[in-house]
Design a protein around this ligand. Structure first.
Ligand code: SF4
Length: 429
């Protein structure tokens, strides 16, 4: 029988995250003026209380369930458990700690995992190798990329953790949504058997209804982003990526978007830009740089550059029907998961990605695109040049390409990245 400390120590990286979230939040409260970077201030406060709750649940002995971000956290709300998004831990630590998850990338690389795979998984793999996470089970759909397929077997092969893999098809058609919905249900039931719990579909329905409310507010925020200047600060992009994982299916997500929507509406009415003056409107069709949390704020204030969207933000999901039967809800869940950020783009041919980028550029009056070509995302390696040509021919705007590892500063440093963007911005003004 484990004691409370041993139970809590099954999620040591969450304790590290809790400490770093708390100290960053206290720093912000202590030094920023009252209205400074609201997305970060509001988000960190909520994140602190969610982390506290998870640590308490681990102390009570609830099972620790790892999951890929393409199996949304709210789907686990049908169990009493502590959900851990494998990818989010690596990158949230990269954002909040000096040298972030780098020691854990090195651990798993030294163990023999290829260095060029995705750091989003490598961080948590290194932490698990070091016994900082003790998972009871892991669930991951067979998507969105080769890194996912190739990395998750480590957990079952080396650590003997049961890994459940609901199949996620590539075809975006009605039959695929029914099929993936069934796969989600089978996955949930297998997971229930492992942790000895019956799935509570009523709790799941309530969590999905909260997410439906969030989707509505997201769409309103997206509408406001069409305005010049953009009434939403860049830091919102990073914080909303964290919210999509840690607040998912919870009242905190509704509160976060409610507050952000109010702020955006006020700025819109007053024609206000967070950084003072908007000079450049950029779209980042792939990821922002997670190891440099401050980059968005620097772009707002020093270059007057708005980031209208990054990949985790242009998600125009339809609400899920929760009022009918379970199969209908599973169909909606499957459709939403298959069209979720990064899953949609990485698990299909690039035509629709290019079309969507061109349309976003037109609808949101973008001046440029900035494409972070992440070393892990090999499936996306051929896309930038095609996208650059499409943006030039269809919209007449340029695209900057930066080779990077978004979670590891040793590949391309913060200094190099900022220099590149600065030089690029000068060509636009
Ligand atoms: S799609 Fe790219 S960033 Fe996302 S998990 Fe796969 S390799 Fe990593």
């Amino acid at each position: 029988m484990l004691n409370k400390t041993e139970l809590e120590n099954r999620i040591i990286p969450y304790k590290m995250l809790y400490e770093s979230v708390t100290s960053t939040y206290e720093l912000i409260e202590g030094i920023l003026p009252d209205h400074g970077i609201p997305s970060l201030r509001i988000g960190l406060k909520l994140l602190k209380s969610v982390m506290e709750e998870y640590i308490q649940k681990a102390r009570e002995g609830l099972p620790i369930i790892g999951h890929h971000f393409s199996f949304p956290t709210e789907y686990l709300s049908c169990f009493e458990c502590v959900p851990v998004c494998i990818e989010a831990v690596s990158y949230l630590l990269a954002a909040l700690l000096p040298h972030g998850s780098e020691p854990y990338y090195d651990l798993i690389t030294n163990w023999g995992h290829p260095f060029h795979t995705c750091t989003s998984q490598k961080g948590t793999m290194g932490m698990t190798l070091d016994d900082l996470f003790k998972f009871d089970a892991i669930i991951t759909p067979t998507a969105p990329c080769d890194n996912t397929y190739a990395s998750y077997p480590f957990f079952s092969y080396y650590k003997k953790i049961p890994v459940i893999a609901p199949d996620l098809p590539f075809l975006k058609e009605e039959k695929s949504y029914y099929y993936h919905g069934e796969q989600i249900k089978i996955g949930i039931e297998q997971l229930g058997k492992i942790i000895n719990q019956e799935p509570d579909y009523e709790k799941l329905r309530k969590a999905i209804e909260l997410e439906n409310q969030v989707s509505k507010m997201k769409l309103e925020i997206f509408e406001l982003k069409k305005a010049k200047p953009c009434p939403v600060e860049n830091m919102f992009n990073a914080m909303s990526a964290a919210a999509a994982i840690y607040f998912s299916g919870r009242a905190e997500n509704v509160n976060y978007y409610n507050d952000m929507l109010k702020i955006a509406k006020t700025r819109y009415k007053n024609n206000e830009h967070h950084g003072g003056e908007e000079k450049v409107r950029s779209i980042w069709p792939y990821m922002i740089i997670f190891f440099d949390l401050e980059l968005g704020e620097w772009l707002d204030r020093h270059l007057g550059m708005s980031i209208l969207f990054d990949i985790f933000n242009y998600n125009f999901a339809e609400p899920i029907n929760t009022k009918s039967d379970l199969d209908t809800m599973l169909y909606g869940m499957a459709k939403k998961s298959m069209e979720a950020p990064m899953v949609k783009q990485s698990a299909e041919f690039y035509y629709s990605f290019i079309d969507q980028c061109v349309q976003l550029a037109k609808d949101y009056s973008a001046d440029c695109f900035i494409f972070t070509s992440h070393i892990g995302c090999k499936q996306f390696g051929s896309v930038p040049q095609i996208l650059r040509e499409a943006l030039r021919d269809e919209v007449g705007i340029p695209m900057l390409l930066i080779d990077v590892d978004v979670g590891d500063a040793r590949f391309a440093s913060e200094k190099i990245i900022r220099e590149k963007i600065k030089m690029f911005a000068q060509t636009l003004m």
